[in-house]
Each structure stands twice: as C-alpha cells, then as structure tokens.
Write a protein that binds this ligand. Sequence first.
Ligand SMILES: CC(C)(COP(=O)(O)OP(=O)(O)OC[C@H]1O[C@@H](n2cnc3c(N)ncnc32)[C@H](O)[C@@H]1OP(=O)(O)O)[C@@H](O)C(=O)NCCC(=O)NCCS
Length: 148
Amino acid sequence: MRIRKARLKDFEELYKLGNSIQELKTSDDKGFLEPEDLKYFLTDEKSSFLVTEILFHTHSKIVGNKIVGFSLAVQEGPTYASLVYSAVDPAYRRRGIHSAMLKEQEKIMRERGVNSIYLLATNQDFVNVMKRFGYTEGKRLTWMYKDL
Ligand SMILES: CC(C)(COP(=O)(O)OP(=O)(O)OC[C@H]1O[C@@H](n2cnc3c(N)ncnc32)[C@H](O)[C@@H]1OP(=O)(O)O)[C@@H](O)C(=O)NCCC(=O)NCCS
C-alpha cells in the first residue's frame, strides 16, 4: 500500500469510489462531487488530493493498482485549510489508511504555513474518529446551501 498525490487520470476510479460511499453525501439530493468539481480539485494548486492505493505485483514488477482511499484538503487562506473529504473503501477500513493520509495532510498543510484545519462531518462515526486525532467539536455552524 502507498500514499501518493492524486492525478487527473485517477478521475474515473475516484468518481466511482466517491459515489459508492454513502457517508460522503451532504444531503439527500446531493451525491459526491460533480465531475467537473472533482477534476478541478485534482488539478487545483491550493488543494491537496491524496490517494492510498494497493499495488499488485508479479515477479516483483507492478502489474496493477487499485485506489482504496482518498483525502482532499483545501487551503482556504494563508493560515487555515479545510478537510473536505476523507474516505476509505469499506473493505479496507480499520487498517490505518485514514490515519496515515490525515497525518500526511497535516504535514503538507503545516509546511504551507497553515495552523488550523476545520471540517464538516456528515456522520457521528466520523466525529468520533476525528476526536481521536485531536479535533474538537464546534458549536455554531449549520450547513446551508443554495443551488444557483
Ligand atoms: C472514517 C473513515 C475515513 C476511517 O477510515 P479508516 O481507514 O477505517 O480509519 P483508520 O483505520 O485509520 O482508523 C483510525 C482510528 O479511528 C477510529 N475509527 C475508525 N473507524 C471507526 C468507526 N467506524 N467508529 C469508531 N471509531 C473508528 C479507530 O480508533 C481507529 O483506530 P483503531 O482501528 O486502531 O481502533 C472511513 O470509515 C470512511 O471512509 N467512512 C465513510 C466516509 C466518511 O464518513 N467520511 C467523512 C465524511 S466527509
């Protein structure tokens, strides 16, 4: 298994994986990212898009790969960033994949001068997971949106 930066050519695989994970939905009528937004984040310099992939070997040659998790963080300003998406394929959970990507995202953001990361959690399990990594529950935010 290895963590690397996502590339535009990962688009199809990421789009499929993202849409297969129910917890990423922010409301009943919203799925994962729109295709053009996913492409945007895959190329945007303020974003840090990481994937974890497993590699398949034959005779010590890499013959294939499969993305099993991803993490998207976006630098919103000089000192703060948001963790937009964290997801791991259900078949690969509880193996430390999220922990490893989160550690890497925090390192990347710290190196850019970021000193605070926020996130919006879509479910209580995720809140509990993030508390284990030192994230504190805020009190005042309500998720609002409008389609234009
Ligand atoms: C949340 C999520 C990313 C965690 O991924 P993961 O790779 O399984 O997490 P890790 O293996 O790194 O877990 C790290 C620690 O978090 C905790 N944890 C992980 N999943 C948990 C769960 N469902 N309930 C409670 N604690 C959990 C555990 O303490 C775990 O350590 P342990 O296994 O040694 O006890 C994954 O469950 C997921 O993709 N969920 C659906 C998507 C989602 O909700 N994303 C957030 C909304 S944007």
